[in-house]
Design a protein around this ligand. Structure first.
Ligand SMILES: [Zn+2]
Length: 431
């Protein structure tokens, strides 16, 4: 069990709630650093957290008692002397199931602390309407063998789901997923029911998960202001401002795909006209490229990629036009949020080299000069894994935010929801 007097500032007992809160904060700081940075020496932890050596030692001891970290010999340094001991996470101390639900595919992975991927399955699915119940069953069919393959010593903490829709994190309720044809789907409940697990299921928008992934482990790690723009069938934007995800009151913020960019544009599946995704989404690209839309989306995009690689002028012009609209919309976001980096994911990552010039031009035509001077537009470094990595980080957030609280959940024990920065956010009642 956990000794409440360990850690904090010297470990004096009975200092009350403030001391306990400080100790929990410090535990989270140390675990969070090791989780992202990998094996580190105690000296590096002292430097990274600003805590003194004895406090760090106490915190490591407590995290070790929670089976979240361990200490072992590091790799020998280039110079003389013994290699210093390094603190590293124990991935098995907190394992989650990450899920990505898109219009064209379902991906699942078991991921441990430190981002260790145990197993991963990604399957394409035909682009036809699938009910939320069918999707939950599909996730279960893919996820159950992965969970069953985890040794009993691995502590399963919950599920993180990135979905192409507007999701409420507090209870996994999906308000709207126009491109999946869903409205008002309790997808979190459906997945936990289908899996038959008591652990929590966190559900969030896939672009928000891409942003979280790139912010923690990708091309924008350490960047405090970034926007992740994902192109699938629709367009999503995940926005991180001053290191914190912009979620809105119920987690619905960032639906940039349905902001107006062209009043003379086409009708959108959301009911409006000239939305960003009708001008710069996948359908616009296929229409402009003259690709017949009878096969599934993934195959269609391969056609576009093949033609672009051969230098087909219609295809390249289509990509430039989509890039222009994409850039205009990014210009709007830059004016609103002044990011340092804009990360392009999904379809836009795949076609980045064809889109880049037009995107930058479109962005500069729309964004105020001051705001776009220092911004860089880059492709997602995590590529196809971005949403899964983000979904894993989301589900790991409870233990990262409060290792002592969340860490007491026994393997297979009751899931409990903790208030966090990245995961649960209070929302309105369902309906
Ligand atoms: Zn729309």
């Amino acid at each position: 069990m956990v000794d409440n007097d360990v850690g904090g500032n010297g470990g004096h007992p009975g200092k009350g709630a403030a001391t306990d809160q400080l100790r929990r904060h410090n535990l989270a700081a140390v675990l969070g650093h090791v989780h992202l940075a990998g094996p580190v020496s105690r000296s590096e932890l002292v430097a990274a957290t600003g805590l003194n050596r004895s406090t760090i030692a106490d915190l490591i001891r407590e995290l070790a008692s929670l089976m979240l970290v361990a200490e072992g010999p590091g790799v020998a340094a280039a110079g003389p002397g013994r290699p210093s001991s390094l603190v590293h996470v124990r991935p098995e101390g907190a394992v989650v199931l990450a899920v990505e639900l898109t219009v064209d595919s379902i991906g699942v992975a078991t991921v441990g602390l430190g981002g260790q991927v145990y197993n991963r399955v990604h399957v394409a699915r035909p682009r036809e309407d699938i009910s939320p119940e069918e999707a939950a069953n599909h996730v279960t069919d893919l996820g159950r063998p992965l969970l069953a393959a985890l040794p009993a010593s691995h502590r399963f903490l919950g599920v993180g789901v990135g979905v192409a829709g507007i999701a409420r994190r507090s209870d996994g309720f999906l308000h709207l997923a126009p491109n999946l044809g869903w409205r008002g789907a309790p997808i979190g409940e459906l997945i936990s029911g289908a899996l038959g697990i008591p652990q929590p299921v966190w559900v969030a928008n896939e672009a928000d998960m891409g942003a979280l992934a790139e912010h923690r482990r990708g091309t924008a790690s350490g960047i405090r202001n970034l926007i992740y723009v994902s192109g699938e069938v629709g367009i999503g934007a995940g926005i991180i401002v001053d290191g914190q995800p912009l979620l809105g009151a119920a987690g619905y913020a960032g639906e940039a795909g349905h902001t107006l960019v062209n009043p003379a544009g086409r009708p959108c599946r959301c009911g409006a006209v000239g939305c960003w995704e009708t001008e710069a989404g996948e359908a616009a690209l296929l229409r402009l490229a003259g690709v017949r839309t009878t096969t599934t989306g993934l195959r269609l995009l391969k056609t576009v990629a093949d033609r672009a690689a051969l230098g087909d002028s219609t295809t390249l012009a289509a990509l430039a036009e989509v890039g222009r609209w994409l850039g205009l919309g990014i210009g709007n976001l830059i004016n609103l949020f002044n990011p340092e980096v804009v990360v392009l994911g999904g379809l836009y990552q795949r076609f980045f080299r064809y889109l880049e010039e037009a995107v930058v031009k479109g962005m500069r035509s729309q964004a105020l000069a001051a705001a776009c001077e220092d911004v860089t537009i880059v492709p997602s470094a995590l590529r196809r894994d971005a949403v899964l990595v983000g979904a894993a980080e989301l589900a790991l957030t409870p233990i990262l935010s409060d290792p002592a609280g969340a860490g007491r959940i026994a393997p297979g024990g009751p899931g409990s929801r903790h208030h966090l920065q990245d995961a649960p956010q209070g929302g309105p009642t369902r309906g």
